[in-house]
Each structure stands twice: as structure tokens, then as C-alpha cells.
Write a protein that binds this ligand. Structure first.
Ligand SMILES: Cc1cc2nc3c(=O)[nH]c(=O)nc-3n(C[C@H](O)[C@H](O)[C@H](O)COP(=O)(O)OP(=O)(O)OC[C@H]3O[C@@H](n4cnc5c(N)ncnc54)[C@H](O)[C@@H]3O)c2cc1C
Length: 369
């Protein structure tokens, strides 16, 4: 394999985490090679792109990590846009979570971060919202990024501009290691030939497939089906985050509708009638008029989940191998902070005490009891 530089740091998986970390490390002057099996299967191309630590009702350490990332996102996006020349579609549009009654609203984990809305205010924020929703919370700081059409493309371009080397169609078959150290990878190249590549530093960020390369990290897939509809431009501005279904309005009137959450589906590919029906029902329960709007596209993908639904970020049991996986429902939100902290660890840079103790909560070893 011709990796241009003799000893690049290997990024195992060219999805959202892989690209973000490659970009961050390339900014620090590191030589990077991204080994990517299939860009189109990355959840980074599937996600709705919500930046929603409050609307998702995250709590404790994950909420803290999400808030830290949300703070960094404007600068992170600015850097990607300036390195790529591509707009990422960041919008701090706010997210509305509707509720059937005040009790439900007041029990929401992030209630204190939101502005309470009565029915009239709810209607003003989301014209046409179904009448059973009597109250809501508006989270002003939450927003969205157009990962599917813009961010992923921008990250790829920014990486190329910074000299990151891409090997597309390359599947990592196994890690080469002894008890303590990472030594490289065995791969199947785009022509189907098996090759060995020796190296002493890598980041394992193979999304829902990460466990196939390293058994000690218990990452598994949670399938999500999505669809999009074309609404009138400016039908509504805020994201609506209902129980089980959300509607994400892009600037051009496209509304991204998500998502099923299918733990039992494993890696089974494709759309299902039941999944699509669930989304259709969800649209009706939130915004009945939207059921008449034309359907544009349908797609699916696999969220990388862990048993405690928290990401795995940091070192591994092998010297030289780093981990960034298991971001489950919040990978777009957490990409900025994950790349920043992991790149600092890899480059031996100082991390603030508070961030370092937070990072400790996402260490893989929590599963090692
Ligand atoms: C339906 C759905 C909706 C979502 N909505 C949101 C949202 O609104 N907000 C949010 O923050 N997050 C959302 N997410 C989550 C987010 O998309 C993920 O957390 C994030 O994309 C994970 O990034 P990743 O790089 O770990 O995995 P991926 O983006 O899936 O990338 C993994 C890559 O690794 C490659 N790979 C795997 N195995 C190998 C191998 N052996 N060799 C080489 N390459 C390999 C794959 O080809 C893939 O390209 C959503 C996810 C889904 C599925």
C-alpha cells in the first residue's frame, strides 16, 4: 500500500469520527492516512444532524460533554469551512420539545435549561402542531448541522487540503498486536488483495463495526431509518423533537424526519414497511399537515451504541491504539469535543483538569470488570 509518508498515524474508519479526528491531527501537522471501507455506509451520512444535548434530555457526564462540544462547534465549523471552502449548514435554530401535559414537561431531565411554552406559544413556534400537545420546552442553544449534504463533504475536502491521505475501499481485517502494543493492520485493498501495513499509532473509529476489530469494546449497532419530505420554504424554523419522531427543517424547505431505533435489527440492511410506517405515524402525531407534503428520500444506517449508551474516547489496552467510538445518537454533537480531546491526548498536550476527569468517564476500561 502506498501511504505516501513512511509512518503515518492510521485512522481506522473514514466516517464522522475518522474525518473529524484526521482533520484535527492534520491541523497539528501530523501525517495521517484514513483507511475507509465504504464512505456511504457511515452513520455520518445518515444522521439528522441535530445538536441537541438539552432537547435529547441528556444528563450528568454526557450532558456536560455535549455542552462542551456545543460551545466549540461554531469555531470548529469555521475552521472546516475555511479549510474546505464548503459551508457546513450550521444553524442555531433552537429545538422545541412538545409535551401532553405540565407534569411530563416538568419531569424532563433538562427542564431547567428550556423556556416553557404554553399552547399558544407552541403554535407560534410550530404552526400547525397537533392539538394534543398542550405545552413545550424551547431550547434556544440547540440547533443543527447539515451533515448529510454539507459537513461530511466539507470535512473530506478540508482533510485533502491539509494533506491527509485517503485509502477508500480498504477494509481493515485485523489488528496486528502483541499483549501490550499495536503494530499495524492487515487489510483487504480495493482490488481484493490482502496486505499488511506496519505502524505504531492508530485511532480505531469504525463506528458500529468497531467491536469486530477489538473484542474488548462492546459496541453494537442500533439501526435507524429516516426519510425526508419537501415542505413549503420556512414552514417552520425550529426543530420539533417529539417522542420517537423529530422533524428537522433545512433552509431550503427540506424536512428530515427521524428516526426508528431498532436494537434487535443488528446489521440487517434496508428499509422496512414497519419502520417507514412508524415515521409516517410520527409525522402525523406532530404536524398533521406535513403528511400531505411530498416524500423525497428514504435511507437507513447504524448508530454505534454501548451498553451504557456513552461513548468510548481515549486510550485502549494497547500502546499506540486510541479509541473514538460508541457515540450512539449524539456523534454529530460530540464530534468537535471528541476530536479536540483525543488529538490533545495523542499529541501529549495539556488537558484542563476538569476535561481530563470528564474524559476518564468515557474510558473503555469501565466495561472491564
Ligand atoms: C438514523 C440516525 C440518526 C442520527 N441522528 C443524529 C443526530 O441528529 N445528531 C447527532 O449528534 N448524531 C446523530 N446520529 C449519530 C451519529 O451519526 C453517529 O454517532 C456518528 O456518525 C458516529 O460516527 P463514527 O465515525 O463513529 O461512525 P460512522 O460515521 O458510521 O463511520 C464508521 C466508518 O467506519 C468504516 N468501517 C467500519 N469497519 C471498517 C473496517 N473494518 N475497515 C475500514 N473501515 C471500516 C465504515 O465504512 C464507516 O464509514 C444519528 C445516527 C443515525 C444512524
Amino acid at each position: 500500500m502506498n501511504l505516501l509518508h513512511k509512518d503515518p498515524l492510521l485512522i481506522l474508519g473514514g466516517g464522522l469520527m475518522g474525518l473529524t479526528i484526521a482533520h484535527e491531527l492534520a491541523l497539528k501537522g501530523r501525517h495521517i492516512a484514513v483507511l475507509s471501507r465504504r464512505r456511504s455506509e457511515a452513520a455520518g451520512f445518515v444522521a439528522a444532524g441535530m445538536l441537541a444535548p438539552h432537547a435529547e434530555g441528556l444528563d450528568e457526564d454526557l450532558l456536560k460533554l455535549g455542552q462542551l462540544s456545543l460551545d466549540r462547534i461554531p469555531t470548529w465549523v469555521e475552521t472546516i469551512e475555511s479549510n474546505s471552502g464548503i459551508n457546513c449548514g450550521l444553524k442555531r435554530c433552537g429545538i422545541v420539545v412538545p409535551f401532553l401535559n405540565h407534569q411530563e414537561r416538568n419531569a424532563y431531565p433538562t427542564v431547567l435549561s428550556g423556556q416553557a411554552l404554553n399552547r399558544k406559544e407552541l403554535e407560534r413556534e410550530i404552526p400547525g402542531i397537533a392539538c394534543e400537545w398542550t405545552t413545550g420546552l424551547l431550547f434556544h442553544e440547540d440547533g443543527q448541522i447539515d451533515n448529510r449534504r454539507q459537513l461530511m463533504r466539507a470535512l473530506e475536502k478540508a482533510c485533502v487540503e491539509l494533506g491527509v491521505h485517503f485509502e477508500e475501499g480498504v477494509e481493515v481485517l485485523k489488528l496486528i498486536k502483541n499483549d501490550k502494543d499495536f503494530h499495524g493492520v492487515q487489510i483487504r485493498n480495493a482490488e481484493g488483495n490482502i496486505e499488511t501495513f506496519h505502524g505504531n499509532q492508530a485511532v480505531l473509529c469504525s463506528g458500529a463495526w468497531s467491536n469486530q476489530l477489538l473484542k474488548e469494546i462492546p459496541v453494537f449497532p442500533v439501526k435507524g431509518q429516516m426519510l425526508s419530505i419537501q415542505g413549503p420554504k420556512n414552514a417552520f424554523q425550529r426543530i420539533v423533537f417529539g417522542p420517537g419522531t423529530y422533524l428537522v427543517p433545512r433552509d431550503d424547505g427540506l424536512i428530515v424526519v427521524g428516526a426508528t431505533s431498532e436494537k434487535e435489527a443488528g446489521f440487517s440492511e434496508g428499509l422496512t414497511p414497519a419502520g417507514q410506517k412508524k415515521l409516517q405515524k410520527g409525522i402525523h402525531s406532530l404536524l398533521p399537515c406535513a403528511n400531505a407534503w411530498p416524500h423525497m428520500e428514504r435511507w437507513w444506517g447504524f448508530r454505534p451504541c454501548t451498553p451504557d449508551e456513552l461513548p468510548i474516547i481515549g486510550s485502549s489496552s494497547l500502546n499506540g491504539l486510541w479509541l473514538a467510538t460508541g457515540h450512539y445518537r449524539n456523534g454529530v454533537l460530540l464530534a468537535a469535543i471528541t476530536a479536540e480531546l483525543l488529538a490533545k491526548c495523542i499529541c501529549n498536550e495539556k488537558i484542563k483538569n476538569e476535561e481530563s476527569s470528564l474524559l476518564g468517564k468515557f474510558d473503555w476500561s469501565r466495561f472491564n470488570d
